[in-house]
Ligand binder design. Structure first.
Ligand code: 5AD
Ligand code: SF4
Length: 473
């Protein structure tokens, strides 16, 4: 069956109360699934959505099952940013159908960005007839209603009504960590970079109310959370739609909650303001790290990508940031083999990477996404050329990362301890402010969740080594 509904902005309390009633009905239903497993693909936004899905399912009395083959309900939270993300998700879903053939009572659901794509509902209905439940990113709050229909009416629920411009406050969240947390501050994107599917699947920009964000942060701080990462496709545009306050102002207000460490992602270079640079210079809580996707070092590629800045203006902003905060660590995203990219264009990317000296970079081969402007561009780059270019880029960045890390030797820095080191069980592991993993000696499990002083003693290819600084009496 298919459900449709009008788009709304803030989901009102009455609607949420109805969902709460459905949740109670599911919780007491004899045929409800007893356990769930969520498989998450894609970005932090999806990871955080999965925390809300998990919270909602727990609220209905389901318990988490670590083995997906054994769960009563398996939910795939999908991503469609590149072709390989989509293929991976569909491959996983198809594979699970083999298990479902042996366990027909198993329920399989798909949600997330892939489900927001045009024509996807039809595809699921026809090609993935074993899928019981499918819904998009905008109607996550209706999971109780979907599940009720599934267990009570024994009908498939396929709702990809493209209700994408919604904000639902107060949903249950089962956070993965006790001391690190994500907060969504805005949804959607207005930028329409010519290669990107996000504005089509996540809709237009809409900011949460500052008060709702601050209340959530205060609650987290009270619960002992030490690090908050603010999420949005383009956090710098926060507040543009509501006019309430700017992103730098929000950061300052969040700092007042007493949070030890604040991060955010992602920032669009064209919207990086002097006001934000000033917050970096003066803030105690803001981690000295910025993820600032450049995509290409060639101005003609940046123009074709509709990025709204040049390599020069990017470098200028990086210069100003580093002047304000010399130790800031920068990371980036890069796309190679965008349609029409010449060898000279690509070399400009190499030059820029060499100049900026990022701590690390996510590198991607351009992937054609149906519905985006670039999907109609001529001059696709041959896959051998694309592979050769990405390998050269990775090689360059690997060398830079090694050097940047080696230069950090001797630094004294705060580490948020996450657990025992996976490779050396006698060491603890965590992240420094620049978001680099550090394995260090001298600590134990009692430090998990705390920010402790560590001296950097050495570097590997993408992690640091260190030693806990003992308090002197
Ligand atoms: N092809 C390749 N990379 C892409 N990205 C977004 N869309 C595409 C695409 N069609 C990359 C960009 C973006 C990151 C999240 O994913 O680098 O910053
Ligand atoms: Fe996609 Fe560009 Fe929006 Fe980022 S800013 S989500 S790359 S359209």
């Amino acid at each position: 069956m298919s459900l449709t509904r009008e788009a709304v902005l803030h989901i009102d309390q009455e609607t949420l109360n109805i969902q709460e009633r459905f949740a109670r009905l599911v919780a007491s239903h004899p045929d409800r699934p007893k356990s769930y497993h969520i498989v998450t693909f894609g970005c932090q936004m999806n990871t955080h959505d999965s925390e809300t899905l998990a919270g909602t399912l727990q609220h209905m009395g389901l318990t988490r099952c670590t083995q997906r083959e054994e769960a009563d309900l398996v939910l795939f939270n999908t991503c469609c940013i590149r072709d390989n993300a989509e293929r991976k998700a569909l491959g996983n879903i198809t594979w699970l159908n083999e298990i479902k053939k042996k366990r027909p009572e198993m329920l399989i659901g798909i949600c997330g960005c892939m489900m927001q794509q045009k024509g996807m509902a039809e595809t699921v209905l026809k090609k993935y007839s074993f899928v019981d439940l499918a819904f998009g990113t905008g109607t996550l709050y209706r999971l109780p209603e979907y599940l009720f229909q599934l267990v009570d009416e024994k009908q498939r629920v396929i709702d990809v009504s493209r209700e994408e411009s919604t904000i639902a406050e107060g949903l249950p969240v089962l956070r993965d960590s006790d001391f690190k947390a994500y907060i969504n501050i805005m949804y959607g994107c207005n930028n329409f970079c010519s290669y990107c599917i996000v504005p089509y699947v996540r809709g237009r920009e809409r900011s949460r109310k500052a008060d709702d964000i601050l209340k959530e942060a205060q609650g987290l701080v009270k619960d002992g959370v030490r690090e908050i990462t603010l999420l949005g496709q383009n956090v710098n545009s926060f507040g543009n739609d509501t006019g309430e306050m700017s992103f730098p102002q929000l950061l300052q207000r969040l700092e007042e909650t007493g949070i030890a460490r604040l991060r955010f992602m992602t920032s669009h270079p064209k919207d990086l303001s002097d006001e934000l640079i000033e917050v970096y210079a003066n803030s105690q809580a803001l981690a000295p790290h910025l993820h600032l996707p450049i995509q290409s070092g060639s101005n003609s590629m940046l123009l074709a990508m509709n990025r709204g800045y040049t390599a020069e203006s990017y470098l200028d902003k990086v210069g100003r940031l580093r002047q304000a905060l010399p130790d800031i660590g920068l990371t980036t995203d890069l796309i190679v083999a965008f349609p029409g990219e010449t060898e000279a264009d690509f070399e400009k990317t190499l030059e820029l990477v060499d100049r900026v000296r990022f701590d690390s970079a996510f590198t991607f081969i351009y992937s054609k996404r149906t519905g985006t402007r670039a999907a109609n561009f001529a001059d696709m780059i041959e896959s051998e050329v694309a592979s050769h270019r990405i390998n050269r880029l990775i090689q360059l960045q690997t060398g830079i990362t090694k050097e940047v890390l080696a230069n950090m030797k001797g630094e004294k820095t705060g580490i948020l301890v996450e657990g025992v080191s996976a490779r050396r069980k006698t060491q603890m592991s965590g992240k420094c402010g620049r978001n680099i993993s550090v394995n260090f000696t001298g600590g134990d499990e009692s430090l998990i969740g705390q920010i402790v002083p560590v001296e950097i003693t050495g570097a590997g290819s993408n992690t640091l080594r260190g030693e806990l600084e003992k308090e002197k009496d």
